[in-house]
Design a protein around this ligand. Structure first.
Ligand SMILES: C[S@@+](CC[C@H](N)C(=O)[O-])C[C@H]1O[C@@H](n2cnc3c(N)ncnc32)[C@H](O)[C@@H]1O
Length: 232
């Protein structure tokens, strides 16, 4: 099965339990990582924000709370995830988002349309990362910001921490997936996709290769997660 089909099946399967699973698997940490991502950016008034792989809307909702005048478009390849997001946004009283079902590798937007491109825990699922990064560059305005939150592959020197993290990733998370989401395979995929993602330094180079400037990354939680920011 090719990666895009696999990813579609994974998120079709987990959409219903996605939010609760995030809380359980990360012990609530994903909320802090997302808060940190959004608070690291000074979203200008009336700016246009594209949240890619926006899924159930966690990033969009946080952006709109912080800067209510922002015009937020949530884009995801999976309609089931977007449907969950739309319900959640309505419950959070966020009624003005634009919801678009599309592939990050071929975006249905004009050149230079957005001030910010955000993507949280999405990019490691893309089949062609370079194409998606080029699309990010294309749809951003000059001086627009690329903001990406993603798990990093562990490259820890601390043996005990690495052993614990491996055990948690490869044994505990699939087990929780099979009990809560009734789907062990999808959570095995998600863990594996983290290990296959490039290191922070290599990913920084990939972002620079498509043209972004002033690219930097900041590790969170001892490098389990990293925030990458670049400017067009
Ligand atoms: C782990 S979820 C992240 C959702 C949300 N950003 C969050 O942080 O909670 C990954 C999302 O990426 C989406 N996705 C995967 N491949 C995609 C692609 N090529 N284009 C757009 N979205 C994609 C999936 O459908 C899924 O909703």
């Amino acid at each position: 099965m090719d990666k895009s089909q696999l990813v579609k099946e994974v998120f079709d399967s987990v959409a219903n339990c996605y939010d609760i699973m995030n809380d359980i698997m990360s012990l609530g940490m994903h909320r802090l990582w997302k808060e940190k991502m959004v608070s690291s950016v000074h979203f200008k008034k009336n700016s246009k924000v594209l949240d890619i792989a926006g899924g159930t809307g966690d990033i969009a909702i946080r952006i709109a709370r912080g800067e209510p005048s922002a015009q937020v478009t949530v884009c995801d390849i999976n309609q089931n995830m977007l449907d969950k997001g739309r319900d959640k946004a309505i419950n959070s009283n966020q009624l003005n988002f634009n919801w678009v079902c599309a592939n990050a590798e071929s975006l249905p937007f004009e050149d230079s349309e957005f001030d910010y491109y955000t993507v949280a825990f999405g990019i490691r699922n893309f089949s062609d990362r370079k194409k998606a990064l080029s699309e990010a560059y294309r749809v951003l305005k000059q001086n627009g910001q690329f903001v990406c939150l993603e798990f990093a592959p562990m490259h820890y020197q601390n043996e005990i921490f690495t052993k614990f993290y491996d055990l948690y990733s490869f044994k505990v998370i699939p087990k929780i997936g099979s009990i809560v989401a009734k789907d062990k395979g999808s959570y095995e995929y998600l863990v594996k996709s983290i290990r296959e993602f490039p290191t922070q330094t290599n990913f920084k180079m990939e972002i620079e290769e498509v043209g972004f400037k002033n690219v930097e990354f900041h590790n969170m939680s001892y490098g389990i997660v990293a925030l990458h920011i670049g400017t067009k």
